[in-house]
Design a protein around this ligand. Structure first.
Ligand SMILES: [Zn+2]
Length: 178
């Protein structure tokens, strides 16, 4: 049984958002195609309290983004909701990292309950939440495939996207085009 995890395709990570990923919205169409082919689809949302550690005002690396309940935290309007079977909210603890969809969410158990053995991962951003989610899926024992054309990197430092791909491959994650 295969599942698709759609990571954080939210307004704040798309052009015009608080923590814009270049071409972030370009993942929407490829993700909708992957979702059509996937028997089980989980979307994650970065879903922060207003005082999350990662915000600059608390000394963190990021501007305020994806505060739960705000328009910026909503899924991009182009994401086909009818394909999504479950939504998992991440980054809810003000003091925990919150990059991985598997952290404190019950996602692993949800996948097991549905008989999932292979996890496809796409979304935003490749060098943070997509990477962390794919690595945790691999550690949990799933076969993991990351879809390069259905993800984009933040690239705080140029090359972070390619370095993430290297790290994923070294961990045994399959990174494919498309
Ligand atoms: Zn965040």
């Amino acid at each position: 049984m295969e599942a698709l995890i759609v990571v954080d395709v939210q307004n704040d990570f798309c052009p015009g958002g608080a923590l814009e990923v270049a071409e972030g919205d370009a993942v929407v169409e490829p993700i909708n195609r992957l979702a059509e082919a996937a028997p089980f689809v989980v979307a994650t949302r970065d879903w922060h309290p207003a005082d999350h550690w990662s915000f600059e005002e608390r000394g963190g690396p990021w501007p305020v983004h994806c505060v739960r309940g705000t328009p910026g935290a909503e899924l991009h309007p182009g994401v086909d909701r009818s394909q999504i079977d479950a939504i998992v909210d991440t980054g809810r603890d003000p003091d925990r990292p919150g990059y991985s969809g598997f952290e404190d969410t019950g996602l692993e158990q949800l996948l097991r309950e549905h008989g999932v053995d292979t996890v496809h991962v796409a979304g935003l951003a490749l060098d943070y939440c997509v990477k962390a989610t794919a690595l945790d899926a691999k550690r949990a024992g799933f076969d993991v495939v990351v879809h390069r054309d259905a993800t984009r990197a933040v690239e705080v430092t140029p090359g972070d996207g390619e370095r993430a791909v290297e790290e994923l491959r070294e961990a045994g994650v399959d990174v494919v085009d498309g």
